[in-house]
Design a protein around this ligand. Structure first.
Ligand code: IMP
Ligand code: MG
Length: 195
């Protein structure tokens, strides 16, 4: 049995990103947003999202550490790289790859909220809503999932971010034992399975 299967193809992701961009434009009433990409997972999503927007937009990057040893949420979050410019008076949209427990994002939102932005919204490629612990809403969610996903920015131990589609891993322990087990996914059809 295969360890992973494609759940969202390149084409499905592209269409969803277009829809999210429309939602963001409408929500902001044409005002110029600052898209804040949370490194590293969201950069691929951000690069497609910002090009799908038909309004001018700024981008900036933040990096936070969210997990202590990779075994679960530690509650310890630290800003490793901060924004370059002040947030005061800006419409901020935090762009995340995936919101799981929400611990890292809720910390980030609290911190950014103290900087007097005009508004802060959250746009996430994947919303793992059922696993949420922190009290927060994703304003613009691409897909919902309960699975462990790789591809399109999402990684397993730093690998598989550059798969052009999203694949669900059925057995994390088996993948941990053999981290290159999904290498064959790179040879899957270029457009992915367009389900
Ligand atoms: P949380 O919302 O604070 O639990 O953490 C979310 C972070 O955990 C994401 O930004 C990812 O780095 C990582 N993560 C959670 N679920 C997944 C997944 O399914 N695939 C890859 N990374 C994940
Ligand atoms: Mg992340």
């Amino acid at each position: 049995m295969s360890l992973a299967e494609i759940v969202y193809s390149q084409d499905q992701i592209a269409r969803r990103v277009e829809e999210l961009a429309k939602q963001i434009e409408e929500d902001l009433g044409g005002e110029r947003p600052l898209l804040i990409s949370v490194l590293k997972g969201s950069v691929i999503f951000l690069s497609d999202l910002v090009r799908a927007l038909q309004i001018d937009a700024d981008i900036d990057f933040m990096s936070i550490t969210s997990y202590s040893g990779g075994t679960g949420p530690s509650g310890v979050v630290r800003i490793v790289k901060d924004l370059e410019d002040p947030l005061e008076g800006r419409h901020a949209v935090v762009v995340e790859d995936i919101v799981d427990t929400g611990f890292s994002l809720s910390y980030l939102l609290r911190t950014l909220g103290t900087r007097n932005p005009k508004s802060i919204k959250v746009c996430a490629l994947v919303d793992k809503r059922v696993r949420r612990i922190a009290d927060l809403e994703v304003d613009f969610a691409g897909f919902t999932s309960d699975d462990f996903l790789v591809g399109y920015g999402l990684d397993f131990q730093g690998r598989y971010r550059n798969l052009p589609y999203l694949a669900a891993v059925s057995d994390i322990a088996a993948l941990a034992a053999r981290p290159d087990a999904l290498d064959s996914l790179f040879q899957a059809s270029p457009g992915g399975a367009d389900k």
